[in-house]
Design a protein. Structure first.
Length: 489
């Protein structure tokens, strides 16, 4: 085989190419005239190798993750791989069932940095030595032509959306998902600012959202790469926060009522009343799309202070992004509810014995107080009025006790009519005062409770401290109930 002729033919095809993609396609076509090999060129697009030209296979891999397969290994190392037997190489990615040998060479820029790979696979024995030299020479010339035409193709907006969708699906928390969605909106729309306005998920109104969000405006969390919000984005958030829940609700209602919208980029056109806060922030270009249902979802706003013309395709991509973001957010919230149900008492909503065991295991000697609580005469209520009445008593009492505790104090239901409060105090007397507040709260419901208080001693397990609190509780029971007793230190 005349390898010099192969090099001349492929080299001669490159100058006619007007784009990097066309150069790769011309090189593959010219090379395929001289060998029955499966030939492909993969170029680096963002963080993956994307197949931009190929021949000789029923199906090829469209993209290959970093360092995956022989092609990924060659791209990462910048060194040619000659594989006489693909079955013996654990990195081989099967393209055809009959492939036996492979040569993969890096396509490099003039500085020697890999920008992609040229891959050849044969289904019959072939002399690999001259083919290695030929492939390396062709890859060098292809790389030079690619760079002369501006380098590998940029990631398309559809490809960006696909990549960001994967990040949204993998986000482990709501705050990280919000940050990922805002980052994706900026990147795909090529606008400078992105903001999520979310309805409060508990009261179905715009209010204080979860961590990483302020004043009904989501997306306060930094971008995934650690960058802080830009100046326009900060101004938008400040204006929306100052405008208050009513203004936020008006934006949400408008977008959900009329659907996605975008500015035309024409000067001198005033915004509608709902978007006045955004105009005050300096927004001149805006894409607004609904996110989820109107009562539980919100709005994705993507904006810029430049006067631009976002086309309908941009709006469609933002709608796809918003849909995927909402599905991911709804999934996280559903998982949160299921986890909460798994660790909560289904009757009172209080946490029960599972999380209680973990909490008391972290008790600090001399600072963590355990308040063992028992409802006085509860069995009589059940026997006289039935279990439904007893359930209602427990629900009402649980709410009353929760209301009497301080912020940060925790209340658990650990038995039928048994509760334990875990509180942090500076001295034992403080724990007694809190226990007395609980007895007063119970009396206001028409019932009484007995409370035993204990603080773990140095070196004492939380279980033993709880046993001492129970003993103090039973002492209250023996002396007439409806009271508080502190276990001996």
């Amino acid at each position: 085989m005349d390898h010099e002729r192969i090099i001349r033919d492929v080299t001669a095809s490159l100058p006619a190419a007007s784009t990097a993609l066309e150069a790769c396609q011309r090189a593959v076509t010219a090379l395929a005239r001289h060998t029955p090999a499966t030939i492909s060129v993969l170029l680096q697009v963002h963080d993956r190798l994307r197949c931009v030209a190929a021949t000789g296979a029923w199906q090829v891999f469209a993209t290959v993750p970093p360092k995956t397969g022989i092609v990924g290994r060659v791209h990462a190392s910048g060194e040619t791989a000659v594989v006489p037997d693909v079955a013996a190489d654990p990195d081989y990615l099967p393209v055809r069932p009959d492939v036996v040998t492979e040569i993969c060479v890096p396509v490099v820029d003039p500085a020697g940095r890999p920008v992609g790979v040229l891959d050849l696979q044969w289904s019959a024995p072939v002399d690999l030595t001259p083919w290695r030299v030929t492939a390396e020479r062709l890859a060098g010339r292809l790389g030079a032509r690619i760079m002369a035409l501006g380098g590998p193709p940029a990631e398309s907006r559809s490809e960006k959306l696909l990549r960001h969708a994967a990040a949204l699906s993998a986000a482990p928390t709501e705050g990280e998902l919000v940050a990922a969605a805002v980052c994706a909106a900026r990147d795909v729309a090529t606008l400078s600012a992105g903001v999520l306005v979310l309805a409060d998920r508990d009261r179905h109104r715009l209010g204080t959202p979860p961590h990483g969000q302020v004043g009904g405006v989501a997306g306060i969390a930094d971008q995934a790469d650690g960058a802080v919000p830009g100046e326009l984005e900060s101004r938008i958030r400040a204006e929306l926060t100052e405008a208050g829940p009513g203004a936020l609700r008006a934006i949400v209602e408008r977008v959900h009522r009329y659907g996605a919208g975008y500015t035309l980029g024409e000067a001198g056109q005033p915004p509608t009343a709902e978007y006045q806060p955004l105009a005050h922030a300096g927004v001149r270009t805006l894409v607004a799309v609904p996110l989820g249902p109107p009562d539980r979802g919100g709005v994705l706003l993507v904006a810029d202070e430049r006067l631009l013309y976002p086309d309908p395709t941009t709006v469609s991509l933002m709608e796809l992004l918003a849909g995927h973001a909402w599905n991911s957010l709804d999934r996280l919230r559903t998982l949160d509810r299921l986890r909460e149900q798994a660790i909560s008492d289904p009757l009172t909503g209080l946490r029960h014995t599972g999380p209680f065991g973990k909490r008391i295991a972290a008790a600090t000697p001399g600072r963590t107080a355990l308040l063992a609580i028992d409802v006085d005469g509860f069995k009589t209520v059940n026997d006289t009025y039935g279990h439904q009445a007893g359930d209602q008593l427990l629900i009402g009492l649980a709410r009353a006790l929760e209301g009497a505790l301080r912020q940060g104090d925790e209340l658990y239901r650990v038995g039928g009519d048994e509760f334990v409060a875990v509180i942090e105090v500076n001295r034992p007397e403080e724990a007694v005062r809190i226990a007395e507040r609980l007895t007063e709260a119970a009396r206001r419901t028409g019932r009484t409770i007995s409370v035993g208080v204990a603080l773990p001693r140095p070196g004492e397990s939380a279980e033993l401290a709880l046993r001492r609190a129970d003993q103090a509780l039973y002492a209250v029971k023996r002396h007439g109930r409806d009271g508080v007793r502190l276990a001996p230190a």
